[in-house]
Design a protein around this ligand. Structure first.
Ligand SMILES: C[S@@+](CC[C@H](N)C(=O)[O-])C[C@H]1O[C@@H](n2cnc3c(N)ncnc32)[C@H](O)[C@@H]1O
Length: 252
């Protein structure tokens, strides 16, 4: 099988508006429902402090702010943060947006709820960087604060693995996804090739494929107590046939 290689700082190349923007119209539409689910399950009080780590163009941050939560969004991408800021201004919403690598956040007992959504975790070649991120999140939460983590379900990917997959996204828009699993099947290297209006572009990304057991282990190591698992934002049970792995955890 074809091999793929990737740079350690691949995220600086992949997350660019010219190639990928997480705030597609369909994804923006889903955000309110996702936030409602998070609020219902985490039971945080109105007006509480929320951290959206890896907020991107602010799909969820904007909804939290609209609902009256004290919202802070963090992302390393200036481009995405600018988009979030412009949208907040247009809606006359106030939120704090900070440009920072997720490994470097340094808040202390400031938030009631932290979220990291749409597979914004598991990006680092060194697993210790994932742990560092979770320890930072743990430190950032007040005692009893909640963490909502939403990642691709590694167990689903291992079960349904396909090396190549073509998808027609819209008129004149095709996406070829190539995935190469590591020998131990715990990580994946991915290459997306887009053909849009006759133009070809490609980008690579790395994801650590957390399943229920691995995510529990690393969350516990970072000091979190797991409260619940879900397989989607409708609250369906997590299973190997669900492609999302959603965890609600608590700083105990
Ligand atoms: C799949 S997108 C999801 C964005 C947003 N959570 C959403 O649901 O729309 C992943 C986000 O992680 C951000 N990101 C990637 N690596 C990062 C890093 N090392 N530190 C901070 N943000 C990072 C990207 O800029 C991007 O906004």
């Amino acid at each position: 099988m074809e091999k793929l290689s990737i740079k350690k700082d691949w995220h600086k190349f992949f997350f660019k508006n010219s190639f990928y923007n997480p705030a597609s119209p369909e994804a923006v539409k889903r955000a309110e429902k996702e936030v409602n689910f998070i609020l219902k399950k985490s039971k945080i009080k109105k007006g509480a402090a929320v951290l959206d780590l890896c907020c991107g163009p602010g799909r969820h941050s904007l909804v939290f702010a609209e609902k009256g939560f004290k919202t802070t969004g963090v992302d390393f991408s200036k481009e995405y943060l600018r988009e979030a800021e412009n949208k907040a201004k247009a809606k006359k919403l106030s939120m704090l947006l900070i440009k920072k690598d997720m490994r470097e956040i340094n808040f202390k007992e400031r938030f009631d709820l932290a979220v990291n959504l749409f597979t914004s975790f598991g990006y680092f070649i060194k697993k210790t960087d994932d742990l560092k991120t979770l320890k930072n999140l743990h430190k950032a939460l007040k005692k009893g604060g909640k963490l909502f983590l939403d990642v691709i379900n590694g167990d689903f990917i291992r079960k349904n693995y396909r090396h190549k997959h073509w998808e027609k996204i819209g008129k004149d828009y095709f996406l070829l996804e190539k995935t190469v699993l590591s020998k131990d099947k715990k990580t994946s290297l991915n290459e997306w090739t887009k053909i849009k209006n006759g133009k070809i572009s490609s980008g690579k990304f790395f994801v650590r494929l957390y399943g229920k057991r691995d995510i529990s282990e690393i969350l516990n190591k970072a000091g979190f107590k797991i409260l619940s698992f879900y397989g989607n934002f409708e609250g369906k049970k997590l299973s190997v046939d669900k492609n999302r792995l959603i965890v609600l955890a608590e700083k105990s």
